[in-house]
Design a binder for this molecule. Sequence first.
Ligand code: CA
Length: 227
Amino acid sequence: MANILVIEDDQRIRELVCEHLARDGHSASSEANGLDGLRSLTADEPDALVLDLGLPDLDGIDLLRMVRSVAELPVLVLTAREDEETILAAFAEGADDYVVKPISGPQLSARMAALLRRGSADAVDTITVGDLEILLGPRQVKFGDTMLELTAKEFDMLAYLAARHGTVVSKEDLHAAVWKAPAGTEGRTVDVHLSNLRKKLGETATSEVRYLHTVIGAGVRLQAPEA
Ligand code: CA
């Protein structure tokens, strides 16, 4: 899930690309010319950019150079231009991927996923809580010497709690953050996932609690055991 900016002057392609990205769970916004695109880029700081080169106001390669002077985000060039000179110029100016139109929906998904994966793996972001090491880029959790096998939701929950370790997080907040669902719809979902996560940490709710503390009536707190 990423915020993606699409700079494309062809309305039909712009809408198709945005719709497709939204269907993949991304939040897509778009601009129809280069200057508006640059403005959005600096104002909204998106996670990735889909860039058309044939724009009404600016040459796409010049625009790419300007993009690179202000942002390090992954850039997928999506263009009708297929001459070698333009392709090489685009990579020289910092394109991460280059696709000649038309692009199929599945290929757009796959290329965007690869770009985002690479981008987040570069930014090695780790939260450490005691013996727990949560690697946000590759979405892995090391617990002492072992790698935990977590489901996507368990990972998201643990990462959310770890980012707030030492403080109590309500189950409503946890549910809203991880399931992106409105308050009041959480039911037993969070409890069930917490219980599974507990088991994977070698704990039960009633005994041997070391990391995942239930605070009755308030929520749950992730905390490193006293050394
Ligand atoms: Ca165009």
